[in-house]
Design a protein around this ligand. Sequence first.
Ligand code: SIN
Length: 485
Amino acid sequence: MLSLNDPLLLKTQLFINGEWVDGGSGSSFPIVDPATGLQICEMTSGNKNDVNFAVHCAQNAMQKWRQTTAKNRAEILKHWYALVMENIDDLALILSAEQGKPIAEAKGEIQYGAAYIEWFAEEAKRVYGDIIPSNNANQRLLTIKQPIGVVAAITPWNFPNAMITRKVAPALAAGCAVVVKPAEATPLSALALAELARRAGLPKGLFSIVVGVDAIEIGKALTDHSLVRKLSFTGSTKVGKLLIKQCADSVKKTSMELGGNAPFIVFEDADIDKAVQGAMASKFRNAGQTCVCANRFLVHSSIYQEFTDKFVEQAKKLKVGNGAKENVTVGPLINASAVQNVHSLVLDAQKNGAIKVMGGEATELGENFYLPTILTHVTPAMRIFNEEIFGPVAPIVAFDTEEQALELANATEAGLASYLYTQNYARIWRFSENLENGIVGVNEGIISSEVAPFGGIKESGNGREGSKYGIDDYVEIKYVCMGGI
Ligand code: SIN
């Protein structure tokens, strides 16, 4: 049992129209701590009827909410932000227990998630329209931005808090209502956020949560519903493509934060210690389970050995274990099948000539753990170069020329994040412009922030979250032409 300061933050029911209710399926399922395999609690399971009711309530609630002033919406969001920060210890415990990340990292996620609420509370007041210089003396032309309508959000297990706030906060700020389907492995952080939003005074029906074991049924009910006007999804490219197809029938607007395959390029003139520091942060954050994690290390052959030796030296200092324990820096992966998938990539690479410098083995910690692993002599022919690893494995590839580095970096359908270490300013410009990614980290391994636009190009998706652009995904631009003037 989790020892929370406020045990009422641990919820095991759906949150619909401001009420805690049992799911319509009549069944329940266990929420399990991936570090111990022990059950945290039993969660009621929702179904499509719960979705339909939540959407209907959202549509009703939104009619009033969209008429409130931005200042009013901002005040409620700020109150929600304050309550999240007040309860950071409990929220981090819940998050670490259901997801596995170390407590310190879980606290970092709560702060990161809360920052989106604070940011969009401020941005609510800046949803400006335009006056357009008219091409007709008798007309005046203007645009206004209006809430898009009921939003559906489908969120992943790797950031059970922040991926919710970065969708729900801009939607509420814009005047929309939201129905969230969190990942069934990690619904508790979402439900705790809903409880705090309720306490902050958010009116009923604006933020509902439907959890269920049948993710396909719930997802389909959301995408099929004609009142849902927008879907925001973070998750795999495969599921994202399916959801886009499902949304096509009712022409919903979509925002898709899908998989990545981030190149981490280290040039011969890089500060190697800084590059190693960035590599550690980017690769091993959340045990390698983020879509912006460095996925392929492209290192100039003249510094390949030095970079590898220093990287291995630092990676050996990582402490793998139960995230609830002190000093642990790498927690478990989400489940055993994630471990098997990561291991199959490592085995394929080894079979095709990669050399394992560290890790790559089972551990007595349990079937959900994977040791930090570094592979050298990796080539583009290997699966690990082409697939998203989503685990603590760093494959290193050598290159000789700038052209080769760019070609290797862009040789993927994914286009989310990329990283670049060099002191050469002309090269920084060239690469920032030519890398096919939505995000470029230059001499920096951690690039996520509420003030900056997060999102990808190519098959990594569309739309941007956070920043002054993040609210655009939740509004429609209406053009008004005033004649007879
Ligand atoms: C993600 O992995 O989906 C999000 C990572 C981040 O926000 O940095």
